[in-house]
Write a protein that binds this ligand. Structure first.
Ligand code: SAM
Length: 235
């Protein structure tokens, strides 16, 4: 029986791939990827040329039994995602669960993860936190979520689209008031920045400058907000 490797890849800066991730991706005959065209660019960059198989929400049920048989027949497989760590806000869990059920060895090859990169530089408490993936798209369900979070002492981390962030900040402002919020944008990329303040302060920032790029949002109901909401532009 072979091994399933769960391999983290960069979230922006291509140098953030580990030596071990390169070794594994160059050695395994098959790599599963959410978007094979996107991942081919990374694999070419590191000089790896495995068979690339698409693995995503729409084909995971159909593809998983084939992958499980492949591993049981002695072929090592690695799973990667579009960016960061597989299983965090994507479908890798589905395959990992089936592999574990089938007694297959599952090995992590850790590296970048947007949520972790964001919280450690946010200035919000990192000793205890919860990750909420993407929040509900419908405002009613999202508002109920914020209501529940009034009593949450831990830092809350979630992923959000730039197209919805203003609506999310408005809901947050109405329900949580002047809570401490940090938005980490475009991590490890040229326009990386951390925006800190209250929901209202960040609404003001995004009213002047259209929200763009990938973002991680974090808040904590127990600490005071940072006074400055000035972006810290890296370049
Ligand atoms: N598996 C990934 C990880 O380990 O972070 C996350 C995949 S999730 C489908 C994609 C979301 O992660 C984006 O919509 C954004 O919220 C967040 N994200 C990914 N890359 C990011 C980056 N460079 N800066 C900020 N957020 C990022």
């Amino acid at each position: 029986m072979a091994t399933l490797y769960v391999v983290s890849t960069p979230i922006g800066n291509l140098d953030d791939i580990s030596v071990r991730a390169k070794q594994v991706l160059a050695a395994v005959p098959t790599v599963l990827a959410e978007d094979t065209r996107h991942s081919r660019v990374l694999l070419n960059h590191i000089g790896a040329a495995p068979d690339l198989v698409a693995f995503h929400d729409f084909n995971k049920e159909k593809t998983t039994p084939r992958i499980i048989s492949m591993i049981k027949d002695g072929r090592d497989v690695a799973i990667i995602c579009d960016a960061g760590t597989p299983g965090i806000a994507d479908e890798a869990f589905y395959l990992v669960r089936e592999a574990v059920r089938e007694g297959i060895l599952v090995v992590p090859v850790p590296g970048a993860c947007a949520a972790i990169a964001a919280i450690v530089c946010s200035g919000l408490p990192t000793d205890r936190f919860i990750f909420e993936n993407f929040l509900p798209v419908k405002s009613g369900r999202r508002r109920r979520f914020f209501e529940e979070m009034k009593a949450e002492p831990r830092t809350v981390v979630f992923y959000e689209s730039p197209y919805r962030i203003l609506k999310v900040l408005h809901d947050m402002h109405e329900i949580l008031g002047d809570v401490a919020v940090v938005i980490a944008r475009e991590l490890t990329k040229m326009h990386e920045e951390f925006l800190r303040g209250t929901p209202q302060a960040l609404i003001a920032v995004f009213s002047k400058k259209t929200p763009k790029g990938e973002m991680v949002v974090m808040f904590n109901t127990r600490v005071p907000p940072y006074a400055s909401n000035q972006p810290q532009q890296v370049e």
